[in-house]
Design a protein around this ligand. Sequence first.
Ligand code: ATP
Length: 493
Amino acid sequence: MLVVIGGEGADMEKDFDSKLKIQNNSSGVQRSKSFAFRAPQENFTVHDFELGKIYGVGSYSKVVRAKKKDTGIVYALKIMDKKFITKENKTAYVKLERIVLDQLDHPGIVRLFFTFQDTFSLYMALESCEGGELFDQVTRKGRLSEDEAQFYAAEVVDALEYIHGMGLIHRDIKPENLLLTAEGHIKIADFGSVKPMQGTRITVLPNAASDDKACTFVGTAAYVPPEVLNSSPATFGNDLWALGCTLYQMLSGTSPFKDASEWLIFQRIIARDIRFPAYFSEEARDLIDHLLDIDPSRRPGAGHDGYASLKQHPFFRGVDWMNLRSQTPPKFALEQRVHSNDSDDVQDSSWNPTHIGDGSAGQNDGNGGSASSSEAGHITRLASIDSFDSKWQQFLEPGESVLMISMVKKIQKLTNKKVQLILTNKPKLIYVNPSKLMVKGNIIWSDNPNDLSIQVTSPSHFKICTPKKVLSFEDAKQRALQWKKAIEALQNR
Ligand SMILES: Nc1ncnc2c1ncn2[C@@H]1O[C@H](COP(=O)(O)OP(=O)(O)OP(=O)(O)O)[C@@H](O)[C@H]1O
């Protein structure tokens, strides 16, 4: 029996159900008014599974290894907190990911088997990728050889050709979303940012379509193409740029535009500031250079000849495109285990089933990059690209660059005011009235923590303390700790 919850939760309830009203897709093909998902909505409960280790935590989900008790089949169970999704207006993304994954059928894409729900959570049973993220392989190996990178890149290209052929843009291609099977083959995951194009072969629910105005999920800073920063409409070229960044990262260990802050990353992307290590082969350099073309339509794979120019590029010389999945994948670099008695099916100490439905899936969200995720080397997901706006340039002197910038609330006794808080490498710490574009305060910089210090009182609240006054701020993206770290790092430079 399904439990019905009120408000938007009730809609989610209905739309996660297996019988749905659909609109005709724009290709004009008549479809029945109600349609059944390939991956059915089951009446299972979480108690039907033995829960194992946490595979990962996303912005609005936890993914846990889960063995179905009766069949023994292992899934990656994606658990999403209903209240959190509703509160964060992520309902449309969840629905879209569900319906898109349901209709994709390719060996290079994570398969959705079934869904179920309880009072608090939605569950998606996904194909379990036991090999982890490609990101971890790159990190553990330092960098990949050209043969290894060619293997993985070819499998990504093969799956992307299928995704684009279905009329979808993934919009978040990066090494963290390229998972590996136990054998070491690629599976593209995380369709939470997917964008169906006009004429898509995917049937899209009326209220699951992504609306770019409402869209706050536009990709990840380090892999975002310049045209997205200039608010151009999404094209297949977006994924090809991200593929170029990913291939660069496989071969070098870091993404091509990596820098100290999102602002600096964006500036390097706009300037197309790419430096190729000397050890890149001519073929690798040429392919990446073309994938990172400023003009999205000139990127190989985006032109009139479709994927032919990409697959025939000399970097892929020798690839047997028809038999990719029967080739032997590169060897895994194994994790350095700290605990010797870990077993995959033993419940991980950090995983507590009582977390289900308590909203804790959202703990990692809303920070536009939690300190921990930045420390782990993960580039943060863009909450919005508003921060990259040339209007803030007028507050900079030539050669001065922004290290951190946030729209924050300045908390005062009577009223709270929205201000743009800006930290630069000068160092300079100012806050600006965003509508009048006037500097409202210049916090006198000091490298001495007795004269300038930051107190974090919650993930979103912090105080900037000087001998004369204490200013209180609220950062809705929960970057209080990041502000503290940015300011202290500058004091200790
Ligand atoms: N099918 C899977 N098999 C194994 N691990 C998975 C699977 N799907 C996801 N994961 C792991 O769980 C993590 C969280 O996945 P999820 O799709 O919820 O979000 P994400 O891609 O990290 O985050 P976001 O929604 O913020 O982009 C992934 O980074 C990945 O490491």
